[in-house]
Design a protein around this ligand. Structure first.
Ligand code: MF3
Ligand code: CO
Ligand code: CO
Length: 254
């Protein structure tokens, strides 16, 4: 298999799917408070995606995933399964939304602070978001995947954090996950060159401690081995001739 370049009409559909995914993150924000369970957040997002957006929550039943969103709390790195456990003040949580609209996927995630969060956790969240933006800034026709990975890794490690290796960004379109794999570490100039019409995600997972992760017995939830905090942010991005277009931008980022 190879990388699927998107046509102008496919790009238009990806813009719509991306906007819907971003709007779910905006919608859920006021609900992310101490005392709410992650399965309540899942239910609210599910109903909004299905009833208001008339779209499909891509995670539900994807390779057996049982819920409509991923919620990854504190030392959870990614793919956390919403459940009965309630968020408490001081928690940090990633909510990862993927919607399918008119056959095309939009995939995006952000970190939320629950109640009052410690400065060290806020710093991890902020550095991880900045790492995502530095990766995005590399994107234009002719740049390589290694340019993206290097920008992210250098910034994370300069700040004494580590980059998770087991999970990566990806091409996206009619499929949730397409080629290429977008690593969040690497060397400038390595890997394939980007071309206008490619659509990829960048979704760095950055740990406060060591980079190693393990997957819990639920088969999904990845956690840091050393139980250090982890943060992740994700956007879906179109490669253009002279740069890029972020398809999942939220109002707060404009
Ligand atoms: N949204 C995740 C990603 O960014 C994938 C989640 S797969 C699931 O690629 F099954 F856990 F939903
Ligand atoms: Co993704
Ligand atoms: Co995602």
């Amino acid at each position: 298999m190879s990388i699927i370049l998107k046509t102008p009409s496919e790009i238009e559909k990806m813009r719509i799917a991306g906007k819907l995914a971003a709007q779910v993150l905006e919608m859920i924000e006021p609900y992310v408070v101490p005392g709410v369970s992650t399965e309540t957040l899942d239910q609210i997002c599910h109903d909004y995606i299905v009833d208001v957006q008339q779209a499909i929550p891509a995670p539900l039943n994807y390779r057996g995933f049982p819920k409509s969103i991923c919620t990854s709390v504190n030392q959870q790195v990614c793919h956390g399964i919403p459940g009965v456990k309630k968020l408490k003040s001081g928690d940090i949580v990633n909510i990862d939304i993927t919607v399918i609209k008119d056959d095309y996927h939009g995939d995006t995630s952000k970190m939320f602070c629950v109640g009052t969060v410690a400065p060290h956790a806020k710093r991890l969240i902020q550095i991880t978001q900045e790492a995502l933006y530095l990766g995005i800034e590399q994107i234009k026709s002719g740049a390589t995947l290694g340019d993206i990975g290097h920008a992210i890794q250098r910034f994370a490690e300069t700040n004494r954090y580590s980059v998770v290796r087991e999970f990566c960004g990806h091409g996206i379109g009619k499929n949730f996950h397409e080629e290429p794999q977008v690593l969040h570490y690497g060397k400038p100039g390595d890997g394939i060159a980007l071309e206008a019409g490619m659509i990829i995600t960048i979704e760095p997972m950055i740990n406060a401690g060591k980079r190693h992760v393990k997957v819990l017995s639920d088969g999904w939830t990845a956690v840091t081995k050393d139980r250090s905090l982890s943060a992740q942010w994700e956007h879906t991005i179109l490669v253009t001739e002279h740069g890029h277009e972020v398809l999942t931008l939220r109002q707060e980022e404009l």
